[in-house]
Design a protein around this ligand. Structure first.
Ligand SMILES: Cc1cc2nc3c(=O)[nH]c(=O)nc-3n(C[C@H](O)[C@H](O)[C@H](O)COP(=O)(O)OP(=O)(O)OC[C@H]3O[C@@H](n4cnc5c(N)ncnc54)[C@H](O)[C@@H]3O)c2cc1C
Ligand code: FES
Length: 286
């Protein structure tokens, strides 16, 4: 029997190195997890024990990883008991971490368009960092309806096709030489006042036919956003990969608690988001 995930997921006691709070109950947590860091590919996640008294772990995407220094960054938002307990953990404490888990993105695109909404931003940051300094020309669009967990910076990169005044960017991406823009309905300065997909449409329309033919779309975010992204990709005839979120129990493929219906050449099939995903071809799920 084919067991592609056997021996690829590690269990590590990960020391919290830093744990920073941002507006909107958002947190960035850095942990020391050298084994997981050495194996992570963009789109994968870790299943984290939020508190020693809670048996159920919580899945969180890997946002940044340093294989050399052995650390991993997570960005998460408090939405319930589990994430609230996690937010109380302090640097020096240890969290049990299972990872890296899941099918990663296939990032071999010449012109990747990365679209992240809310806590769907981390996998896009992870792709961007992996592409840093390479031949690909990524463009990143991030959306949030709570203040972004970073100070918005005017971009040093001119990007054709965008509405006037949309100049806000993520500083880390700027440092990496990667163009980005931000969208929100909250009227944040420098951000597009609308949806990430509006901004993506402007950007795609600003490309030449040849440039557009090189685009692959990658997305992670709330379900309605992903559906809109897939519809946008369909309008332009572009490949699209999406990362899904589902409730998870085991997160290692054993309980079937996370299945979604996916179109296959043989007809509809039930796939586990944890190990068959979380990344899927967007057209097979929407
Ligand atoms: C592969 C994967 C990657 C994820 N990456 C991140 C991340 O990088 N950052 C982050 O903040 N969150 C991420 N999540 C979501 C995170 O796992 C949930 O927010 C968390 O499990 C909620 O736990 P809780 O005990 O705080 O809340 P609960 O009490 O379990 O739930 C509180 C609220 O959150 C909603 N919720 C809980 N779990 C999910 C879920 N899986 N999908 C959609 N809604 C849910 C519930 O409907 C409820 O409204 C990811 C989920 C998956 C499956
Ligand atoms: S959570 Fe158990 S199979 Fe996915």
């Amino acid at each position: 029997m084919d067991r592609p995930h056997r021996d690829t997921i590690l269990l590590e006691d990960a020391e919290i190195l830093s744990h920073e709070a941002f507006t909107g109950e958002q947190y960035v947590m850095r942990v020391r997890a050298p084994g997981c860091a050495a194996r992570t590919r963009p789109g994968q996640f870790a299943h984290i024990s939020v508190d020693p008294q809670r048996p159920m772990r919580r899945p969180i995407s890997i946002m940044r990883v340093s294989a050399d220094d052995g650390w991993i960054d997570f960005l998460y938002k408090v939405v319930g008991d589990g994430t609230r307990l996690l937010a109380q953990r302090r640097p020096g404490e240890v969290v049990s971490l299972l990872g890296p888990i899941g099918e990663p993105f296939d990032i071999a695109a010449k012109r990747p368009l990365l679209i992240g909404g809310g806590v769907g931003m981390p996998p896009m940051i992870c792709i961007a960092e992996a592409l840093r300094g390479g031949d690909a020309q990524p463009f990143v669009i991030l959306g949030s309806e709570v203040p972004f967990p970073f100070d918005i910076k005017p971009s040093q990169f001119l990007v054709d096709g965008l509405p006037d005044g949309v100049i806000g960017a993520m500083p880390l991406l700027e440092d990496w030489g990667i163009a980005s823009r931000l969208a929100s309905l909250q009227g944040y300065a420098g951000c597009h006042n609308g949806y990430v997909t509006d901004l993506a449409r402007h950007w795609l329309q600003g490309l030449s036919d040849e440039q557009r033919s090189e685009v692959v779309v990658y997305a992670c975010g709330p379900h309605p956003m992903l559906e809109a992204v897939v519809n946008l990709a369909r309008d332009f005839g572009l490949p699209v990969q999406v990362s899904l979120e589902e409730y998870m129990a085991c997160a290692v493929g054993g309980c079937a608690g996370c299945v979604v219906e996916v179109a296959t050449p043989q007809g509809p099939a039930m796939k586990r988001v944890c190990v068959d995903g979380p990344v899927f071809d967007g057209y097979t799920v929407f």
